[in-house]
Design a protein around this ligand. Structure first.
Ligand SMILES: C[S@@+](CC[C@H](N)C(=O)[O-])C[C@H]1O[C@@H](n2cnc3c(N)ncnc32)[C@H](O)[C@@H]1O
Ligand code: SF4
Ligand code: SF4
Length: 441
């Protein structure tokens, strides 16, 4: 799924560039036109939902009433899929995952090799709780290997990666670093940290841990998925899915709240959907799904990939009633983080969470300045929110308003000194709107 979706943004360019892409609406949908169009393939190597964990933001954990078929992709089938795919379009990369745990496939190494033999980069994403096939995967030297997690302590991680054990993950991260050296893999290792309201403090610790091992660290605001549940929630349509008490609890944990996010992306509702236009999702049987955000494999399949020309698949996707409902709500923009406004929505939630702390500190400042200074420094450090995303006037206004209201300016200046120059900008004028990055000290 979607953080799974980040490669789409990386491979297909920034939102602004994507907006300049040839528009989707049937103008190049013939086979000749599609031959030059770039697609990212999400190929599920196990049954959708076959995972050792039950994360509550993922349908594998929150949509157990859908019974997707179980099984494992046959390498010969993948061989045929790859041959057809590269003959019909430009395959930007293949992600061998969607709603399952790819490292559980006993032939994962062979599958990675098949993808790369076609000259196509292969990406993997794992929760890294079970590494029985990790060495075989690295021997095949995939282009990118992502470790998905959401905490440093079990108390935090266990809430959002249900069924997982972060101490095992940390051990396995060490083993991953060791195996990369042993196999001489050139694989890029990325740690993708799912940000919730409650796990920002842990982020600092995990970032230090991952960086020390030589891994790239990338945070992303956690989403609520899949599309059936999102639509059931925003359109109040119980025929699509039931929103359970546990779902409400998950929604409440999001730093990027769904309703606020969808309101913020309203101006982009009519923009083309990147997933519809530049992505193909297959299940382990080679059945084409509407997109990677959908979970019910039988209800939202649009044809067997090997038996259906890509141009026909695209016609079926573009005319699908689910896409009309999804875009009407801006879900396609939310799922791909395709609007800078989403960053502002998330930051607003984070500031709301931390501002009572700053107010309390301010009242203690006169009596115990050293203590207040230390605590503020610690808090600023731990928030660790990077303002490196696209800046918008709304975001700058928000940051300025929050810091001016809640943080005494001398604390900002002195905290940055304590942090050893952690604030990457001139803090003298207290213009946090201009601060590019609040670094972890
Ligand atoms: C559903 S997972 C399947 C692969 C593997 N089990 C894993 O978790 O990495 C596919 C991708 O979705 C991302 N993902 C999972 N939960 C997410 C969430 N709540 N918000 C955004 N991305 C999420 C993961 O980081 C992963 O890259
Ligand atoms: S580990 Fe991945 S597939 Fe498994 S439940 Fe979590 S997000 Fe879903
Ligand atoms: S419009 Fe929605 S349902 Fe359709 S492909 Fe895009 S994200 Fe999927």
């Amino acid at each position: 799924m979607f953080l799974a979706r980040l490669p789409i943004q990386e491979q297909l360019g920034k939102p602004a560039e994507r907006n300049n892409m040839p528009s989707t609406a049937n103008n190049d949908i013939g086979s000749a036109g599609l031959a030059s169009r770039s697609f990212i393939f999400y190929i599920e190597v196990l049954g959708m939902g076959q995972c050792n964990l039950r994360c509550p933001s993922c349908p594998t954990g929150n949509f157990r009433d859908v019974n997707n078929p179980a099984g494992a992709m046959n390498p010969e089938l993948l061989q045929q899929i790859m041959a057809k795919a590269v003959s019909e379009c430009v395959v930007a990369c293949v992600c061998l995952f969607n709603w399952a745990e790819p490292l559980l496939h006993p032939k994962i190494g062979e599958l990675i090799r098949i993808v790369q033999q076609h000259g196509v980069p292969c990406h993997l994403s794992s929760n890294l709780n079970d590494i029985r096939n990790l060495e075989a995967a690295l021997e095949a030297n995939p282009t990118e290997f992502r470790v998905s997690l959401s905490g440093f302590t079990q108390e935090t991680y266990g809430l959002t990666h249900r069924g997982g054990n972060v101490e095992i993950v940390k051990e396995n991260m060490n083993e991953l670093a060791r195996l990369v050296k042993k196999t001489k893999a050139t694989t890029r290792i990325q740690v993708l940290y799912h940000r919730y309201k409650n796990n920002l403090d842990d982020e600092v610790l995990m970032k230090a841990y991952a960086t020390k091992l030589g891994f790239t660290f990338l945070p992303a605001w956690a989403l609520f998925m899949p599309i059936e549940k999102l639509l059931a929630y925003v359109e109040n349509d119980a025929s699509l899915a039931t929103i359970t008490a546990e779902d409400y609890a998950t929604l409440d944990k999001l730093a990027l709240p769904v309703r606020e996010a969808l309101a913020a992306v309203e101006p982009y509702r009519n923009s083309p959907c990147t997933l519809q236009q530049h992505q193909i999702t297959l299940d382990f049987r080679g059945n084409t799904m509407l997109c990677c955000g959908i979970y019910d494999a039988d209800k939202y399949a649009v044809g067997m990939f090997l038996e259906t020309h890509l141009s026909d698949i695209q016609v079926r996707k573009e005319s699908h009633s689910m896409c009309a409902r999804c875009t009407r709500n801006g879900i396609h923009v939310y799922l791909t983080y395709s609007a800078a406004e989403l960053q502002a929505v998330a930051l607003r939630t984070v500031f709301r969470r931390y501002s009572p702390f700053f107010v309390a500190i301010q009242s203690i400042w006169r009596k115990r300045p050293q203590w207040a200074l230390g605590k503020t420094s610690q808090c600023l450090t731990r928030i660790s929110v990077r303002f490196s995303g696209p800046s918008t006037p709304e975001m700058e206004r928000l940051m300025l308003a929050n810091t001016q209201t809640h943080v005494p300016s001398r604390l900002i200046t002195q905290s940055s000194t304590v942090c050893g120059g952690g604030l990457e900008d001139d803090t003298k004028d207290r213009q946090w709107g201009k601060v590019k990055s609040l670094q972890v000290c």
